[in-house]
Design a protein around this ligand. Sequence first.
Ligand code: URA
Length: 211
Amino acid sequence: MTAPDVHLVNHPLVQHKLSLMRERDRSTKGFRELLNEIGMLLCYEVTRDLPLEMVEIETPLSPMQAPKIAGKKLTLAPILRAGVGFLDGMLALVPSARVAHVGLYRNPQTLEAVEYYFKAPQDLSDRTTILMDPMLATGNSAIAAASLLKARGGRDIRFVCLLAAPEGIAQFHVRHPDIPIWTAAIDERLNDHGYIVPGLGDAGDRMYGTK
Ligand code: URA
């Protein structure tokens, strides 16, 4: 088995904003704004190698061949609910992207992912799909979501998160070795409840103020 393809995004702006988000006393509003901003910065990184094609355009002065992104529109696939925190930031950079909503919740006893909603473009085979969830913890949700996207034909799938646990990276790689991961940090470990340590707590609760 090859090593997982993990891109650690160590840009100073990303690292600084992530540290602000980890702070216990960061407000719900501040947390959500920072997640949105980091979503934009991670989108920049994950789209870095998108193919370009030369097309004929007209400037005010002359015609020219200019590069534009080739192929079909991207699909952005947030895992509900915390993945939605990345979405607006990513859509600000790729406004014509399609959106696939993947509704999964974590059974608190088994930590298994349970599907409750899936709405995606019918055929993902010709689209780069960016799957997103701030926390790659056990890997169960990301694994289930990637399988749903593959069942719709998804082939070029990229997974973006804010924080990853080593256990989650390993599990995800076993099930989806073809999907590269972009993350702002790899933390120490998971605790007995499947939370990332030191982490930032429950991303969904912190985003929406539900605890
Ligand atoms: N989900 C979260 O929101 N936080 C964790 O630490 C793990 C999973």
